[in-house]
Design a protein around this ligand. Structure first.
Ligand code: ADP
Length: 487
């Protein structure tokens, strides 16, 4: 509640929104946390760019839309950028899609420079202007990752917006992506005061670093798990922002991500050939067979199926997977990977398939329905991340009775507890050292347990399925933070 007793008004400013524009975990969070915040009596709304295809997907989903009473306008690079404001009720959450020329290119550019970074700055300014196009003004702007980090920077350092003022939260879903590019002509074209470009603000080795600016200028900073909140103050995965994060730790907190547990639900999932509960796994057996058939493998095999659904990025530890592939096959396991990303990983996985066509399957691409089949049809979910801010995939896999095998890092450490740890919650297998041997040590234990102790295996599956991955607890923590910010 605000001091006057009304609900706190929060605008989520996000460049991804599941299910309309999702690249990774940020899209999932933006698509599910607002619903939980509404339940917690926060008056939350969402603004997001209408990237190519987004409005078509909105229409196809049956969500009704209407035009706001006026466009939003932002002054940037010596011209006015206008966007149509399309209002939609997405499962109870009022959402504004900004439709403009600025959002007609690829969602995320391969090369960042002034021109490719501009849509993100324009988006943030249009988000700040949104209150003029609708009858609603946020108390707090809640921004996510470098792609909306310009907003807190504008509130602190922009010639016009710093006069207007406002509070902001900067949530870090992945500190490794920072929005770094040449300062010229950005500094002149953005409207930021010249002093916004200094070592203590957004300057970073002579470049602009939007995320650094967002961290320094936001009223509060959060990240997506308590362990990651500690790690990023010293950890190399921050690509040298740990000094700044440590300096700003007074306003930093780690709040664990939740899941949309209505969507990721083995009992109701319509994308599966069969559904199941933790009391009756017949449907899981059907999913397993369907997955084996899809992979072109023997449907009756008793070999454990290890699955991965992931962006193919260095962060996810695929070098360990590729280096360990001979041993994984020797263990008598099948491994199936769904993902797309860096060429060297795709090529390496293709080579593994060529070597072991009966044990390794690589589904290249981004495929939501197939991801559900992997989560449900697999026996183990492998996630040997080098770093992992929170990770949703391990939680999703547990919802489907697929036992996670993960590295003890970031949010994986906060959600997966080794079955051989006498004090843990016993829902998976974990390892610490970031190398192939470490990963194989955990996988060997998992494969051996699967093959020799089906009763214990079932207990581990049931434990994972009974974990509370709803947003309820975390939504309360966000609400508390909003309340503190308005005091
Ligand atoms: P990150 O945000 O680092 O990519 P997370 O584990 O937090 O990792 O979230 C990944 C989300 O993206 C999960 O919902 C996962 O199922 C989904 N995902 C990743 N790759 C694919 C893919 N190739 N096809 C379908 N879904 C995918």
């Amino acid at each position: 509640m605000t001091k006057s007793g009304s609900a706190i008004k929060v605008l989520f400013v996000t460049t991804e929104l599941a299910p309309f524009s999702k690249v990774g975990g940020l899209g999932d969070v933006a698509g599910s946390l607002p619903k939980a915040l509404l339940q917690a009596d926060v008056d939350v709304r969402v603004v997001t760019p209408a990237w190519p295809g987004v409005l078509e997907r909105v229409a196809a989903s049956g969500v009704k839309t209407s035009m706001a009473k006026s466009n939003v306008y932002a002054a940037y690079d010596w011209r006015i950028h206008s966007a149509n404001v399309i209002k939609a009720d997405v499962k109870g959450v009022t959402t504004y899609f900004l439709d403009a020329e600025d959002y007609s290119g690829d969602m995320y550019p391969h090369q960042l420079n002034f021109w490719t970074a501009s849509p993100f700055a324009v988006f943030c300014m249009q988000a700040l202007e949104l209150k003029n196009a609708i009858d609603w003004e946020p108390d707090i702007y809640h921004c996510h990752d470098w792609t909306s980090a310009f907003l807190p920077c504008a509130l602190a350092w922009h010639r016009h917006y710093r006069q207007v003022g406002g509070r902001s939260v900067m949530t870090l879903h992945n500190v490794a992506y920072q929005g770094i590019f040449e300062p010229s002509p950005f500094l002149e074209a953005s409207g930021l005061e010249p002093w916004s470009f200094s070592q203590s603000t957004m300057e970073f080795y002579g470049q602009v670093n939007l995320l650094k600016g967002g961290i320094v200028s936001a009223t509060a900073v959060t990240t997506v798990s308590p362990t990651y909140a500690n790690e990023i103050q010293t950890y190399e995965s921050t690509r040298e922002l740990s000094g700044i994060l440590s300096q700003q730790r007074g306003k930093l907190r780690g709040i664990l991500n939740g899941l949309d547990t209505k969507f990721w639900n083995s009992e109701k999932d319509k994308q599966l050939p069969a559904r199941f509960t933790s009391k009756d796994f017949k449907g899981k057996v059907t999913c397993r067979k369907a997955l084996l058939q899809k992979a072109g493998f023997d449907q009756e095999t008793q070999d454990p199926i290890i699955v991965c659904v992931s962006r193919l990025a260095e962060q996810k530890g695929f070098d360990m997977v590729m280096n360990g592939i001979d041993e994984i096959v020797k263990m008598g396991a099948k491994i199936m990977i769904l993902g797309s990303g860096q060429d060297w990983i795709e090529n390496g996985l293709n080579a593994a398939v060529a070597k072991y066509p009966n044990s390794v399957k690589f589904f290249r691409g981004y495929d939501e329905p197939l991801s559900h089949l992997l989560y449900a049809g697999g026996d183990m979910f492998l996630m040997p991340s080098v770093f992992e801010p929170c990770g949703l995939s391990q939680m999703i896999s547990m919802r489907y009775g697929t036992v996670p095998v993960v590295r003890e890092v970031g949010g994986l450490r906060d959600t997966v507890f080794d079955v051989d740890d006498p004090n843990g919650r016993k829902n998976g297998f974990t390892f610490q050292t970031c190398d192939t041997e470490g990963m194989l040590w955990a996988l060997r234990r998992a494969v051996e347990r699967y093959k020799t102790n089906p009763d214990q295996w079932r207990e581990i599956m049931v434990e994972g399925m009974s974990e509370d991955f709803t947003w309820d607890k975390s939504a309360e923590l966000y609400k508390q933070m909003y309340e503190e910010m308005l005091q």
